[in-house]
Design a protein around this ligand. Structure first.
Ligand code: SF4
Length: 441
């Protein structure tokens, strides 16, 4: 049962040593009760207290990991309802569905194409996470066809244990997800999951039944459970997901598991994309899609990245001097900050212009230009320091440096900091950089 902040405080050393980063043990206890810190942050908790606090400090949603060789798809460990309260941790896995009845050739074709898909977004490579196989035919052959084209984790969808059993045997040594155990078959499915060390989806039409079933299945020895609260359409699936997250955060342990959703059941790809976007936002751990189309997958992956980025830690690139279009010593130096989206906006525009340039990326704690300037993280002194730190004068001879137009106000100070340089003010928006480079320099 969850402990209150005061109950947790009584189990802490009460020395107020501040090593956990909080001014008092009580402040730490309150944060622990709100699941906003880890117990491990206090190095002085006794073993006895640790045992008592373990359950209380455990994440309200169990971490379930599907594994296949070097590939993993993790869901769970979430501790908040809204990402701005802390962060969301494990991005929901996107699984592309294939059907055994389609035959090995069609399965292999679809899986090969989806498996090869890789797209770069602000320096990160995105891919799909795995494949879901519907056991509506020879499931073992279908799984072999998937495995011949991809090594990513597999969700096996079916309700007949005798059909799923040989397919799971193909996945020996992996952690697959079986979908699903319902009221009518939960005992055989639980046995199947234990035998193959698989995770198991528990499916019911209402949350009371779902909670009863997770308790019974856990008693059979299956710890890694995933919930399918049923429902179809946007409003029902949204209501179920939100209610499950709220109950899990209130420490209803029977429902403290990740959720699976099936946008693949939509009639049209457009509806499927909308359902998938909703599932990413609220609060699926595994998402099964029918359609593999880069035009649909890419925005879903970007949406997922944006929602699962820690709002307190912007995505950053390494500060340094970047070469674009093979710059020469007389090429200009453009300055920007190390916020990923800023960097890639500027770098892409310079690259697209075809003009060679050096891009000096300063350490601004991952903030965009205006935010960093307002926070005192992007000023003339820092820019001048960066030119020295990255030995810019070893690379350039013309000494032309271009400030972002939004911080034109820094030009006078930068001229004082860099007296040998010609300080210019570039455009305010990255999209105007190509025209600027073609005309002004
Ligand atoms: S590290 Fe532990 S003992 Fe020290 S203030 Fe934090 S909770 Fe208290």
């Amino acid at each position: 049962m969850a402990l209150s902040g005061i109950q947790i405080y009584k189990l802490l050393p009460q020395t107020n040593c501040k090593e956990c980063g909080f001014p008092t043990c009580l402040a730490f206890a309150m944060k622990l009760a709100a699941k906003q810190v880890e117990l491990a942050a206090c190095p002085y908790v006794s073993d006895e207290s640790q045992a008592q606090l373990a359950e209380s400090s455990a994440p309200p949603i169990r971490l379930v990991t599907l594994k296949s060789g070097e590939h993993e798809a993790k869901a769970g460990n979430e501790v908040v309802l809204f990402r701005h309260e802390k962060t969301f941790y494990n991005k929901p896995g996107l699984f592309i569905r294939v059907k055994a009845s389609d035959g090995a050739e069609a399965i292999s074709k679809k899986v090969t194409e989806a498996d090869a898909y890789k797209v770069n977004y602000v320096g990160m490579d995105f891919t799909v996470d795995g494949f879901a196989v519907v056991a509506d035919g020879d499931a073992a052959s279908a799984v072999k066809a998937v495995r011949s084209a991809s090594k990513r984790p597999i969700i096996l969808i079916g309700e007949d244990a005798s059909v799923l059993d040989p397919a799971l045997a193909v996945l020996e040594g992996e952690t697959a997800l079986i979908a699903a155990a319902a009221e009518s078959n939960w005992e055989t499915m639980a046995d199947l999951a234990v035998r193959h060390k698989a995770a198991l989806v528990v499916k019911a039409d209402n949350l009371d039944t779902l909670a009863e079933m997770t308790v019974k299945i856990k008693e059979k020895g299956v710890e890694n459970l995933v919930l399918d609260p049923g429902g179809a359409g946007m409003s029902k699936t949204l209501a179920n997901s939100v209610q499950l997250r709220r109950l899990a955060l209130k420490n209803v342990r029977e429902l403290g598991y990740p959720v699976i959703s099936y946008p693949c059941k939509a009639d049209k790809p457009a509806q499927e994309a909308i359902l998938a976007a909703q599932a990413i936002a609220k609060y699926s751990g595994f998402i099964v899609l029918e359609t593999f189309d880069p035009a649909m997958i890419y925005p879903l992956l970007v949406l997922r990245e944006n929602i699962y980025t820690d709002p307190q830690k912007p995505i950053q690139v390494q500060p340094g001097i970047y070469e674009i279009n093979s710059p020469q010593p007389d090429s200009p130096v453009l300055v920007t900050t190390n916020f990923s989206i800023t960097y890639f906006s500027v770098a892409n525009e310079v690259e697209g212009s075809g003009k060679p340039a050096w891009l000096l990326v300063t350490d601004a704690d991952g903030m965009s230009v205006l935010t960093a300037w307002a926070a005192g993280k992007f000023d003339a002194e820092r820019i001048a320091k960066a030119t020295k730190e990255f030995n810019l004068t070893d690379k350039v001879s013309k000494l032309v440096i271009v400030l972002p137009g939004h911080v034109a106000v820094l030009s006078g100070e930068l001229e004082e900091e860099l007296p040998n340089w010609d300080v210019k003010v570039g455009p305010r928006e990255a999209v105007d950089i190509p025209a600027y480079l073609k005309q002004a320099i």
